[in-house]
Ligand binder design. Sequence first.
Ligand SMILES: Nc1ncnc2c1ncn2[C@@H]1O[C@H](COP(=O)(O)OP(=O)(O)OP(=O)(O)O)[C@@H](O)[C@H]1O
Ligand SMILES: [Mg+2]
Length: 317
Amino acid sequence: MALLEIDNLSKNFISSTNWFGRASVIEANKNINLKLEEGKTLAIVGESGSGKTTLAKQIIGIEKPSSGVIKLDDQALRFNNRQDKRKRFTNIRMIFQDPYESLNPNVRIGHALEQPLIINTALTAKQRKQKISDTLIKVGMQSEHQYRYPHMFSGGQRQRIAIARAIILEPRVIIADEPLSSLDVSIQAQILNLMQTLQEEMGISYIFISHDLNIVEHIADSIMVMYRGKVVEQGNVSQIFDEPLHPYTQALFASTPIFRNRFPDFLQQGKRKPLTNEKASCVFAERCPYCEERCQSSSPPLIDVDDDFKIACFKFD
Ligand SMILES: Nc1ncnc2c1ncn2[C@@H]1O[C@H](COP(=O)(O)OP(=O)(O)OP(=O)(O)O)[C@@H](O)[C@H]1O
Ligand SMILES: [Mg+2]
């Protein structure tokens, strides 16, 4: 049984009315399915606007799914249900790209770390203090740092504090949304190592959202590639990095310097061509160098090639 399972999750946003007075619908997530096992890391990759953060927000319960089910330990998590809210809060935490935004500048670190303990545990004040010290030390900070404010730390230290806050209730899943992209390369490696150590020590499962394929190869067990709200390819990291098959995955690899020379130039260019029926077509049709007639008139389903590998492309019918 998977720790976290998502069945057919879709999220539509109604955007404000256009020139003609009609509201348009943005399909931010379309029928997403995924399974996350205990202690494993699933990476979600895809260009800006592909729906990665929207998916994360539904998992932690700050966006309501339009349809579909999110299950923890095989039990559906209902939106806006008090019991399930608590279950989510204690089991699934999130780390954001910019740690400064997620830490209140007017609140001392110790106070920010204590809040979830007050609300969700029966620890005494003394025990909470101990837990805060232990957690700060666990993320490579010092106990005295609890008396300081967020602006007194560097970006890397602030991300460590954000991680401390995420792990203090000993969650089973952490969703990290571009957790390294605001940091410089040397600090990125330190934070990545910290996340891996915490995973080994605490058995945490990660959903790791990233643009950076080098980092994904280093940290993840499986990978899900999204394009315009849809999963186009999903599988083992080793398999997909050995041989990315979906034309969009190939284009993504072709745009990354260290993988570029393995792919033909035309994949990097991604020239757009007009579509006859954009609604019905494959999400990648307008940029796909292999686009055929049927890709314009219908959308390929995500098919299970085997247990660990799925792809949505007519080339693999
Ligand atoms: N609250 C909202 N209201 C309307 N549209 C939204 C809302 N949130 C997201 N969207 C739209 O949903 C789509 C997916 O956005 P999302 O933020 O999930 O993408 P992303 O993959 O996280 O992108 P990035 O890599 O830039 O962070 C985009 O078209 C975005 O404009
Ligand atoms: Mg995002």
